[in-house]
Every structure is written in structure tokens, then in C-alpha cells.
Design a protein around this ligand. Structure first.
Ligand SMILES: Cc1cc2nc3c(=O)[nH]c(=O)nc-3n(C[C@H](O)[C@H](O)[C@H](O)COP(=O)(O)OP(=O)(O)OC[C@H]3O[C@@H](n4cnc5c(N)ncnc54)[C@H](O)[C@@H]3O)c2cc1C
Length: 436
């Protein structure tokens, strides 16, 4: 049993930053309270595979309590942090229908990021985000319903809108989602929705003139080539201006009739950052010192997507898993150093490169910023790395089995439309009354 009256560390968020902070503090002379509004940790790189019927939600989520089973000094609370008194060292958590106050000696804020709609209300109301497991399940339900509707629609324009999918954002999530959607149609749905026949259009829209901005040009071009070989239409320099239930209006006047717009073009820091009452940086991120302490906020550290810290080139560290994990570990270690009267260490990022998958035997990788891979070798590297990073043996085994199955059979077996009131669906999912 953990001894009472030891320093108490509260960690907000059991994502990558929070989880690695809690793991670092496991079995150390502190009492840890880890709080998350979900009782599971989500492996975000595979969310798009849940949305496109390749994996079951439980294969990419892992219960937080299981991770800390047998660790006496780490306790978990399911709840949403709704307030912070940084002077009195107390947070407020909405749990079990009431707001509970929890005191801390040290706080690690690792609440991640949320979808950024850049203030466009029409976009928020009529698009699908892909930020958490609920988003992925909502999108999967919606996509499957569009195909079911298209199968019985007599109106060719309406049918085309149902089977046109617009994915916005030329980063890895946009590419992965667009590629997987084309494969879902080509390998699975086309065989099952034969009569009356329809074709699916997947359009990847990017506002700038390139995909995968941080990658070298050769890999950017390779990515476009691989996407197009799958059937994805790539639209560069196309800016979404307004979205309705019936389609997307571009700034240059074009209109794309669609019932499905997936918004993968921006994230901003969790609104929890506002509780710190300080000027925030770009995308609402918290400026921190190199030790990850929040300046002027006694004993508060931050880690992950919501942190704004610049590297030696003056660029902010990207919102990526390795950054979040390494910051979580450092924040925890610096708390232990502080407790022992030692000097805290600055953040030094170990960066192993970038990779993005596009589809079956298609991917790009830039390993250690030296080795460039495309196609099959990049794809195998991506698969192997993500299997290793996935949490839990059961999940690894299950995902591996699903991938082998999907690869050999060209199938996507998770195609159940499972709706639930709590999931919440955007307006885009409703049938237009004129057509019903
Ligand atoms: C679809 C998708 C694909 C991605 N693919 C990759 C990839 O391939 N490689 C890569 O490096 N990065 C990828 N990322 C980015 C990566 O997921 C993030 O950088 C990483 O999750 C950041 O970790 P974090 O701990 O800051 O936040 P998160 O992992 O998002 O964790 C934040 C946690 O805080 C909880 N929380 C939030 N607010 C509250 C509150 N008020 N109260 C209680 N709990 C709260 C949330 O429930 C969540 O569990 C992807 C992201 C997405 C959305």
C-alpha cells in the first residue's frame, strides 16, 4: 500500500503525455492521481482504421486501470477536469455527477488537443472530426449509412453526393484516411453494392500546394503518386470556405456536392489551458520553460500537444506522440528531481523521423531524417513500428491478426452500424427531408 502524506502528483489526461508521466512515477515516493474523462488510453495513429472498418475500437484502446494494475501509488479517476485554482493548488473534477475538489502538490497538465475549426461554425456543424474513438465510430456509422442510402437512391445527383467523400488536410491523417476509404470501396463495397451500381469518389483537399509539409519533396511527390494510384483525387491549393449539409464551397467558387466531409486540417490545444489564466501561444498552447514548468504557476508542469516550447531552430515542437511521451517522462522526472533538491533538466527531443501510410503496400518514411523509403518497404516499416508502439499484447496480437486477415482476404470485417445517442452526430449525418 502507498504510504499516506507523501507528495501528491495529479496528472490530467491519460493520453501519451500523461500515461508516460504516470509510468515514470510508478513505485516512486509520491502518490499519483491520474484523471481522464475516458477510462481508456487511445492509440490515435490507428483511429482512421477504425473509421474505415479495418479495426474494432477495442483493438486500439486500452483500459487505464489495467495499465496500472499492481501499482499501489497510482490511482485512476474517471472524470472531467472543469476548474483549476493554481494559487490554492486544487483542481475541480466533474465525476459521478458532482464536482469534486482534489488538492495537489504537483500538477502535470497533459490534456492534449481538440479539433480546430478555425471559428467556422458551418464547418463544425457539417463535418466529421477524427480526434478520438467516438469520432471514428461516428464516421464509420455515417459512411456505412451513406452507402446503404446510395444503394436505394433513384436520384443520380443525390447518389453522387452520398458517395463522394471529401477529406480535408494534407497531413498524415488526411492521407491515411483518404487512402483507406478508397481501399474500402475498391476491395469491399464495390463487390457488395453491385446493384444498382455506384462509384465512390474520394477527394483529398489541401489548402497549400503540397502534401506532408515537413517531408522532402521527393516523398511528397511519391505520396501523391501512391494516392492517385489508389483512386484518390488530390486537390492542392483548395481552401474550404463554407460547408453545408449538401456540400463544400471552395474559396475559388467551386462546389463539391458531398454528404461526408472529414476535417483533418487542424488541431488546437485543449481548452483546459484557459484555466491557467495566462497569455497562450499559437493554437492556444501553454508556453513552458525548457524544464516543462509553467512559468509563474507554482509546481505546475505541462506535457504533450498543449505545450508550446521551441526547439533550437525556434520552431515549436510538433504535436506528435514521441514528443508527448518524452515530455511526460521529463515532467515526471523533474518533479522527482525537485523533490530531491536536484536541478531539473531541460527538454531534449530524440527524433527518429517521420512516416505515413497511404494504403496496401503504399507508404512514405523518412527515417532519422536520412533514409527515405517509399512503397512496400515504407509500408512494412510503418506496420512493424505501429505494432510495437501499440499498447498491450492482446491488442498487438489482435491488430496483427486483423491486418493479416484484411491483407489476405481483401476484407474489412468491422462493418456494423452501431449507433448510440451519446456518440453525437453532426448535421451532415441527417437525411435531407426533400429526398426522404
Ligand atoms: C487521427 C490521429 C492520428 C494521429 N497519428 C499520429 C501518428 O501517426 N504519429 C504521431 O506521432 N502522432 C499522431 N497523432 C498525434 C498524437 O495523437 C498526439 O500528438 C498525442 O496523442 C498527444 O498526446 P497528449 O498526451 O498530449 O494528448 P492525448 O493523447 O490526446 O491525451 C489527452 C488525454 O486527456 C484527456 N482529457 C482531455 N481533456 C480532459 C479533461 N478536461 N479532463 C480529463 N481528461 C481530459 C483526453 O481524454 C485524453 O485521454 C495523431 C492524432 C490523431 C488525432
Amino acid at each position: 500500500m502507498a504510504k499516506p502524506n507523501r507528495p501528491r502528483v495529479i496528472i490530467i489526461g491519460a493520453g501519451f503525455g500523461g500515461l508516460y508521466a504516470a509510468r515514470t512515477l510508478a513505485n516512486q515516493p509520491v502518490d499519483v492521481l491520474l484523471i481522464d474523462r475516458r477510462n481508456f488510453h487511445t492509440f490515435t495513429p490507428l483511429l482512421y482504421q477504425v473509421a474505415t472498418c479495418g479495426l474494432d475500437p477495442s483493438e486500439i484502446a486500452y483500459p487505464v486501470r489495467t495499465i496500472f494494475r499492481g501499482v499501489p501509488n497510482v490511482r485512476f479517476m474517471l472524470g472531467e477536469v472543469v476548474g483549476l485554482d493554481y494559487v490554492g493548488h486544487v483542481i475541480e473534477v466533474k465525476t459521478n455527477g458532482a464536482v469534486q475538489r482534489e488538492a495537489y502538490d504537483y500538477l502535470i497538465v497533459a490534456a492534449g488537443s481538440v479539433t480546430n475549426y478555425f471559428g467556422m461554425a458551418s464547418l463544425e456543424a457539417n463535418s466529421f472530426g477524427l480526434k478520438d474513438l467516438a469520432d471514428a465510430v461516428v464516421l464509420r456509422n455515417h459512411l456505412l449509412k451513406q452507402f446503404e442510402r446510395a444503394a436505394w437512391s433513384e436520384d443520380p445527383d443525390y447518389r453522387d453526393a452520398l458517395t463522394t467523400i471529401v477529406v480535408v488536410g494534407g497531413g498524415p491523417t488526411g492521407l491515411e484516411t483518404a487512402g483507406a476509404l478508397c481501399e474500402l470501396y475498391t476491395y469491399v463495397l464495390r463487390k457488395e453494392f453491385g446493384q444498382p451500381s455506384f462509384t465512390v469518389r474520394v477527394i483529398l483537399v489541401e489548402a497549400t500546394d503540397r502534401l506532408l509539409a515537413p517531408y522532402p519533396e521527393s516523398l511528397q511527390i511519391a505520396a501523391i503518386r501512391q494516392l492517385e494510384s489508389l483512386g484518390v483525387e488530390v486537390m492542392l491549393g483548395a481552401v474550404i470556405e463554407h460547408v453545408t449539409q449538401d456540400g463544400a464551397h471552395l474559396r475559388d467558387g467551386r462546389f463539391i456536392p458531398t454528404r461526408t466531409l472529414v476535417w483533418a486540417a487542424g488541431v488546437k490545444a485543449s481548452p483546459i489551458c484557459d484555466f491557467l489564466d495566462m497569455p497562450l501561444q499559437r493554437a492556444g498552447r501553454i508556453p513552458v520553460m525548457p524544464t516543462l514548468e509553467v512559468a509563474g504557476r507554482n509546481n505546475i508542469y505541462a506535457a504533450g500537444d498543449l505545450v508550446y516550447l521551441e526547439d533550437v531552430q525556434g520552431e515549436p515542437y510538433p504535436m506528435l506522440i514521441p514528443v508527448a511521451k518524452q515530455q511526460g517522462v521529463l515532467a515526471a522526472r523533474n518533479i522527482l528531481r525537485q523533490l530531491q533538491g536536484e536541478t531539473q533538466q531541460p527538454f531534449a527531443y530524440i527524433d527518429r523521423g517521420l512516416m505515413a501510410t497511404i494504403g496496401r503496400r503504399r507508404a512514405v518514411a523518412w527515417l532519422f531524417y536520412r533514409v527515405q523509403l517509399t512503397g512496400y518497404f515504407a509500408w512494412v516499416t510503418w506496420l512493424g513500428a505501429h505494432l510495437i508502439w501499440l499498447m498491450g499484447f492482446r491488442n498487438r496480437f489482435s491488430v496483427f491478426f486483423s491486418w493479416v486477415w484484411n491483407y489476405l482476404t481483401y476484407d474489412r470485417s468491422v462493418r456494423i452500424i452501431l449507433e448510440h445517442e451519446g456518440l453525437g452526430e453532426p448535421a451532415a449525418d441527417r437525411e435531407p427531408s426533400a429526398v426522404e
